[in-house]
Design a protein around this ligand. Structure first.
Ligand SMILES: Nc1ncnc2c1ncn2[C@@H]1O[C@H](COP(=O)(O)OP(=O)(O)OP(=O)(O)O)[C@@H](O)[C@H]1O
Length: 238
């Protein structure tokens, strides 16, 4: 694979887990253009947990889609570690997305016909891990998410908070470099949201994965390392 290493990065300085540089993104709305991102920059270090708190429609999902290589920006670069993903083909980006990026959305998107353990095994098996190894890691991750006794349950047999904890375990199953969460607790009551967050942050701390967590929940944002917002198409500290 042609891993385009960025020549601009200073030798000797560790690369960020995720770096967005000069990201612009506009959408056509009728006969006018919506300039959602206007040269946004963001750097997240390995192990850092960053809250993204911004008003509806300011471009949080757009930013997460670009960071997660689901969309390309109009301009700007996305680095994951030392790799400039903007210079890669779609196939190479898909491989990185599968192996190095974990996603959790507001709705869990678990496969309904599979058990919790099987859902957590799935990304590992797609990556080529032997079944036994994938099962052992899935068990371990579910235990970590305090779901040790729920492994054989299907999503419909789990509560909303349990489903989201399985979704978190699945997202980190391949030990990604970055974890991207788009309102993962948005559908949960405050107490359940707090519990899911606690389990998630313990896992994040133990694994050292970098995390970008979009939320409207200021209490949760306050428990992360720092919070950022989007204003005028730019990333600003909150
Ligand atoms: N594919 C698209 N085509 C046209 N407009 C789009 C597209 N994607 C997003 N937009 C517009 O860009 C703006 C930002 O959308 P985005 O989903 O990123 O916002 P958000 O901050 O995540 O909002 P919310 O908190 O409500 O989920 C919105 O005005 C949206 O309508």
């Amino acid at each position: 694979m042609n891993m385009a290493v960025d020549p601009r990065q200073t030798p000797g300085t560790a690369p960020a887990a995720l770096e967005l540089s000069g990201i612009t993104r506009s959408f056509d709305e009728g006969d006018r253009q919506l300039h959602i991102l206007r040269g946004a920059n963001l750097r997240i270090e390995p192990g850092e947990m960053v809250a993204l708190v911004a008003a509806s429609g300011t471009g949080k999902s757009t930013l997460l889609h670009i960071a997660g290589l689901l969309e390309r920006p109009d301009e700007g670069d996305v680095f994951l570690g030392p790799v400039n993903c903007s210079e890669l083909s779609d196939a190479e980006r898909t491989t990185i997305r599968r192996n190095d990026i974990g996603f959790v959305y507001q709705f869990h998107h678990l496969l309904p016909e599979f058990t919790a353990v099987e859902n957590v095994m799935m990304p590992q098996m797609i990556r080529g891990l032997p079944r036994k190894e994938a099962a052992n890691r899935a068990d371990e991750l579910l235990k970590y998410m305090r779901l040790g006794d729920r492994g054989s349950h299907r999503p419909s047999e789990l509560s909303g908070g349990e489903q989201q904890r399985v979704a978190v375990a699945r997202a980190v199953a391949n030990a990604p470099r970055i974890l991207l969460l788009d309102e993962p607790t948005g559908n949960l009551d405050p107490k359940t949201a707090s519990y899911v967050f606690e389990a998630l942050s313990a896992l994040v701390r133990a694994s050292g994965v970098a995390t970008l967590f979009a939320t409207h929940n200021l209490e949760l944002a306050g428990r992360m390392d720092r919070a950022i917002t989007l204003a005028d198409g730019q990333v600003k500290d909150l």
